[in-house]
Design a protein around this ligand. Structure first.
Ligand SMILES: *Cc1c(COP(=O)(O)O)cnc(C)c1O
Length: 322
């Protein structure tokens, strides 16, 4: 059922035309070890090998291509969206200011600066950083590009869905790491338009999953953010969420929530298979290992969404006994 999908297959195909030259087609690899556990073929979509280390370049590039005449672009994300926006803006010769709080670690700040954007340090919280991004939009002619709840961002992420069905046309299920829902909304809109029978499964962590809590409540709610190994899946969905909440609600067939141990299991298993990914990208493998995500009814595609993890942290998780 593609009822209230507000980003359409046409939007996503137009996005692909727009961003084709700026993003990589990432590899799709079979996983014999996970296939054995899942009872059918498991494929790994290695999107962590995208430029800037995560799929977010797709949405950011599409959004930057569509901003029109602006003084620059801005956002308050310090993670993969901030990096993606910095890169996408530089590729188009547009200034970018990534707003962040004083608490953001130096390595994240350096990563943004290396990509040619200004890292603007404002206040002691992400909320204060966000107010600066709003001010830049209101007073200085910048376009504020949010990390997920924006039609051009969703359409850009949706190009990953087109690519997956090119590579595994008979996919029965796509498993997708879920936070704000831009990735899931886009991929599901593309995949269900082309293959209405395909199953879309979202995977989040048990600790602080804002979309899961919002779906339970029937409307966007705020919950306390907790520390998690899947740090790219943290954060709220926005109380004024317009697009990703209804799209995820209508397009997602199942949602699986994982413990921190299950996420670590997924990360270790993927590392043994040669895939060095961050916690958020390991949740789909963790769901297979937990026995809750199966491939009995046909090929299962797992999206490995990003690779940006502190190397010391990655090494420490590999050391832990599972
Ligand atoms: C942003 C992100 C996600 C979640 O994407 P949403 O669109 O917020 O649901 C998953 N994995 C990685 C690596 C990310 O950076």
């Amino acid at each position: 059922m593609v009822a209230t999908a507000m980003v359409t297959l046409d939007d996503i195909m137009a996005a692909l035309d727009r961003i084709r030259d700026d993003v990589r087609v990432t590899p799709m690899q079979a996983s014999p070890s996970l296939s054995q556990i899942a009872g059918g073929p498991v494929w790994l979509k290695c999107e962590y090998r995208q430029t800037t280390g995560a799929f977010k370049l797709r949405g950011a590039t599409n959004a930057v291509a569509r901003v029109g005449k602006v003084a620059g672009v801005t956002t308050a994300s310090t993670g993969n969206h901030g990096r993606a926006l910095a890169h996408a803006a530089r590729a188009r010769g547009i200034p970018a200011i990534i707003c962040m709080s004083r608490l953001v670690p130096q390595n994240k700040l350096d990563a943004i600066a290396e990509l040619g954007a200004e890292a603007r340090i404002i206040g002691d919280s992400q909320d204060e950083a966000f107010l600066e991004a709003i001010r830049l939009q209101r007073d200085e002619g910048f376009a504020l590009i949010p990390p997920f709840d924006h039609p051009d961002v969703i359409a850009g992420q949706g190009t990953l869905g087109l690519e997956i069905l090119d590579q595994v046309p008979d996919a029965a299920t796509i498993a997708i790491p879920l936070s704000g829902g831009g990735l899931l909304a886009g991929v599901a809109a593309a995949a269900k338009a082309l293959r209405p029978d395909i199953r879309i499964v979202g995977i989040s962590m048990q600790r602080g999953a804002a979309m899961a809590a919002s779906l339970d409540a029937g409307h966007p709610v705020e919950i306390r953010e907790l520390e998690t190994l899947a740090d790219s899946l943290g954060g709220g969905i926005g109380l004024k969420n317009r697009l990703t909440f209804p799209m995820v609600r209508d397009l997602m067939d199942d949602l699986i929530l994982l413990s921190e141990d299950q996420i670590a299991d997924g990360l270790r298993h993927l590392a043994q298979d040669g895939h060095r990914v961050e916690g958020a990208a390991a949740v789909c493998a963790g769901a297979v290992l937990s026995g809750r995500l199966r491939a009995d009814d046909g090929p299962l595609v797992l999206i490995l969404s990003g690779e940006n993890i502190d190397p010391a942290r990655h090494a420490a998780i590999l050391q832990e006994a599972s």
